[in-house]
Ligand binder design. Structure first.
Ligand code: NAD
Length: 366
């Protein structure tokens, strides 16, 4: 067996349908007395539920609601939210939403150290990581700081029932990407790899069910369980080529996060396939047997991931997101700018082919 180091991150997880009801008890356990509630404008109605749950408790008051969370955590939004948190005397933040909302909470915690109680409503997984990102003048800076790791996370699958089918599939495959790269990370360890394989398997089973019925609570629970495991992997081990490419494409060409991950993942996996055979065998095993005629020949991790997206109606080409052929050359240069840990070294020609395949949406051939 390879030698390894394992450093689990601290944090409490409360999981189950209806567990949102425990928000006041969980906030109080973190010492929060005046909570700042964060959400996107679209999820404002959901915060009203939390407000009334807190009102029923005598232990936690609402300091204020900031409903302007947006993609990529712009510094202007961060400054406004930080100032309001101080003005309102908030002693903790409750984030209610996807990765963008959790990200705003992290940006506040980075400066103030305020504890975060995260209530995720997508499968992005940010709630399980000490990674933050803030965008200033078009440049997203990311970093790691234990201060930004949410202290408690409430996973309530009922809150994901409103996530549209399309976003459920792409957000779920975004989660799978964390687990796939975690399996071949240089700092992978047996415990994280168990979580990665279980997370991929839970999502691969749940997503086709959700495509047909977004209200299936058991499939919602399985998907959120998978997202938790995949997010934990992201929080604990380093990511490789796939995350680097998506970061570059998302940041430079303003492509949507979950869709970009969904499109690039099969091609990044095909690129790495021969250089991480054990990890790829685990991915293929977790994806399980083929489910549709289209997937009958799914012989590899890369093909299985492509079919999971294609068979469930997700976008499969960067072209369909509005990227142009001319953008690819710029993306390639950016991807080659810095070396970073990846099973296969970065080779210009092979990377160019990867990007071209992702652009056109061809099924990987490995
Ligand atoms: P998001 O948070 O931007 O949400 C996308 C949209 O879905 C928003 O309009 C939101 O209001 C809506 N939404 C969220 N939950 C919903 C629900 N249950 N029902 C209906 N609508 C809902 O998207 P995301 O994919 O969750 O997060 C993406 C962002 O998170 C990216 O900026 C990414 O960089 C970041 N991220 C960070 C980490 C980390 O560890 N720091 C990890 C993963 C993602």
């Amino acid at each position: 067996m390879k030698s390894f180091a394992y450093s689990p991150l601290p944090g409490r997880v409360v999981f189950g349908a209806g567990r949102l009801r425990e928000v006041a008890k969980e906030a109080a356990a973190l010492g929060i007395r005046r909570a700042l509630i964060l959400c996107t404008p679209e999820q404002r109605a959901l915060t009203e539920q939390v407000v009334s749950l807190l009102a029923d408790s005598s232990s936690v008051a609402v300091a204020g609601i900031f409903d302007k969370a947006v993609m990529h955590v712009p510094i202007e939004t961060v400054r406004e939210a930080r100032a309001l948190a101080q003005e309102w005397g908030a002693d903790g933040a409750i984030t209610l939403g996807g990765g963008s909302t959790t990200g705003l909470g992290k940006a506040i915690a980075l400066a103030s150290g305020l504890p975060i109680l995260a209530i995720p409503t997508t499968y992005a997984g940010s709630e399980m990581t000490p990674i933050y990102g803030i965008t200033e003048a078009g440049l997203k800076t990311t970093g790691r700081d234990p201060k930004v790791l949410p202290r408690t996370v409430i996973y309530d699958p009922e809150l994901t029932l409103t996530l549209p089918a399309g976003l459920s599939i792409t957000s779920g495959i975004n989660a799978i990407a964390h687990a796939v790269e975690g399996l071949y990370a240089p700092d992978a360890n047996p415990v994280n790899s168990l979580m990665a394989e279980e997370g991929i398997a839970a999502l691969a089973k749940a997503l086709p069910v959700l495509r047909k019925d977004v209200n299936d609570l058991e499939a919602r629970s399985q998907a959120l369980y998978g997202a938790w495991l995949c997010g934990s992997v992201l929080g604990q081990v380093g990511m490789g080529l796939h995350h680097k490419l998506c970061h570059t494409l998302g940041g430079t060409f303003n492509l949507p996060h979950a869709e970009t991950h969904t499109i690039v993942l099969p091609h990044a996996v095909a690129y790495n396939q021969a250089f991480a055979p054990e990890a790829m065998a685990r991915v293929a095993r977790a994806l399980g047997p083929a489910k549709t005629p289209n997937s009958m020949n799914a012989a590899s991790a890369a093909q299985g991931l492509f079919d999971l997206a294609a068979d469930n109606g997700a976008p499969t080409s960067l072209q369909s997101l509005g990227l142009t052929q001319a953008d690819l050359a710029h993306a390639l240069d950016l991807a080659l700018q810095n070396q970073y840990p990846n099973p296969r070294p970065l080779e210009r020609e092979a990377l160019q082919a990867l990007l071209q395949d992702a652009f056109e949406g061809t099924r990987p051939t490995v």
